[in-house]
Design a protein around this ligand. Structure first.
Ligand code: ZN
Length: 241
């Protein structure tokens, strides 16, 4: 499977302590270890680097992690990513990507939430044990230190709610949600503040791979979408002939 990893570049000491190879490179490596082809597209103050239409047109799934540079992402790239999701590409938004431009476009609401950066424990409770994203991951996943993201979360009611996060402060959060948008599937997953090594936890790595495989299109991504006039087949009319 061909996967694009849009990930903000951050070389801060705290991030390097959690991910010496860089957060984006680490995410790409999780997918490569699972046998997929992953291409990292760094997001900087200049926008997305290394993007090409060819890369996007071959991608079956995209991951998106961003925080400081949401507004720097080029408008045409946002348009193209959103369009490809509508045509069937899967997409996974991680952590603070809840305010990224493609997430807000696809979701259609504010993406607002409450937060507290306190390094509290998060326990991700699985609320749909039969869901493929949660396969083999047990009743819950514990994350020793994470940024608290709390309700109310400005999203539409998810099409599929897979995880609810609980934090030491008492808050709860819809932490793992699937939305269908056009022909594509979108998964939002809240853990992954850049200074905590959350994505190194084996259960989280497994979850990300299973999410990638779940949102991947099960048929080729469609060509351009539009409203088509259909008069080639009509049961009643043909019956009268
Ligand atoms: Zn964060």
């Amino acid at each position: 499977m061909k996967v694009l990893v849009f990930c903000e570049k951050n070389d801060g000491a705290e991030v390097r302590a959690a991910y010496p190879e860089g957060l984006g490179e680490y995410l790409a490596q999780i997918l490569r270890d699972a046998g997929h082809t992953a291409t990292l597209l760094p997001i900087t103050a200049s926008g997305v680097e290394g993007f090409s239409d060819e890369l996007l047109n071959e991608a079956e799934v995209a991951f998106w992690w961003g925080h400081m540079y949401h507004s720097c992402v080029q408008a045409d790239i946002v348009d193209k990513v959103v369009d490809r999701v509508h045509r069937g590409m899967g997409i996974i938004f991680l952590h603070s990507a809840h305010l990224s431009q493609p997430f807000l476009r696809l979701i259609g609401t504010t993406g607002f939430l409450t937060w507290r950066e306190d390094g509290e424990r998060e326990r991700l409770w699985c609320v749909d044990p039969s869901h493929p994203i949660a396969a083999g991951l047990g009743d819950y996943i514990d994350i020793p230190q994470e940024e608290m993201y709390g309700e109310p979360f400005g999203i539409p009611t998810p099409d599929e709610l897979v995880y609810i996060g609980w934090f030491e402060g008492g808050e709860v959060f819809r932490a793992g949600c699937v939305f269908k948008r056009g022909l594509g599937k979108l998964f939002y997953f809240n853990p992954g503040h850049e200074t905590y090594p959350t994505y190194r936890i084996p259960a989280v790595r497994k979850l990300l791979v299973q999410a990638c495989e779940y949102v991947a299109p099960k048929q080729p991504v469609s060509g351009p979408l539009g409203c088509g006039h259909r008069d080639d087949f009509c049961i009643d009319r043909n019956a009268k002939k």
